[in-house]
Design a protein around this ligand. Sequence first.
Ligand code: NAP
Length: 227
Amino acid sequence: MCEQLEIVITGVSRGLGRALTEWFAARGHSVSGAARSEAVIRALKKQPGPAEAFSVLDILDRPGVEAWAASLRPPDLLICNAGVLHPDTPFVDLDAEQFDRQLDVNVKGTANVLRAVLPGMIQQGRGTVVVFTSGAGIRGYPEISGYCASKHALEGLCKSLALEIPEGMAVIPYQPGVIQTEMLLGHYGERAREYPLPQEWVESAGPALLALGPEQNGQSLRLELGG
Ligand SMILES: NC(=O)c1ccc[n+]([C@@H]2O[C@H](COP(=O)([O-])OP(=O)(O)OC[C@H]3O[C@@H](n4cnc5c(N)ncnc54)[C@H](OP(=O)(O)O)[C@@H]3O)[C@@H](O)[C@H]2O)c1
């Protein structure tokens, strides 16, 4: 890939979003991103590249998301990565607040980002949107019902948008695989250490994401690690 792309990523403070940010930037792409953790965003602003590329943002803050999107150039690639996973708990014992937060951040927060960023992409008539879903967006898993519900919703949202966007664009619900991040450590405990670190994962994920385009519009895809 020699062309320099405009790439926007949510959830850049750690895990998959942070690894992608560093991997794309190291290959000359122009990366902008956001997350809530102020200290990490401050550190990202000090790296080579424009400081305004990184913003402290909660994707639930709709006016904040709109202002952030207005400050961006419409991206060639938007990666909706930011997400949360509640502690393993049977549904009947899960607080309503915990359940609601999954839908709020993962679904409504992602929708806020899409609502704010997608019109500029549609206006320029090109661009690919990748939304990180999960195996939990395709099938059920015990004790993470809120997360499963939210990721199933994202699959549906992407498939609807894929039918609305102009030809030549793509909206793709994407399962990134199983990666040793804070999220996975919270869910799997020590067993998470069997899985690749984000810095290892990104060597497969980075090229795979750059290769996505209109041919994959609306398809539920899963990263095959090492592929
Ligand atoms: N790791 C896996 O094995 C795996 C598997 C399947 C799918 N996924 C999906 O991949 C994505 C990334 O997961 P991860 O493992 O990298 O998780 P992670 O390490 O917990 O990172 C999550 C990222 O999302 C950001 N975030 C969370 N809530 C936010 C909010 N309200 N506003 C803005 N940013 C927010 C966090 O930043 P702040 O806390 O700084 O805001 C952080 O940068 C998620 O959508 C997850 O569901 C991961």
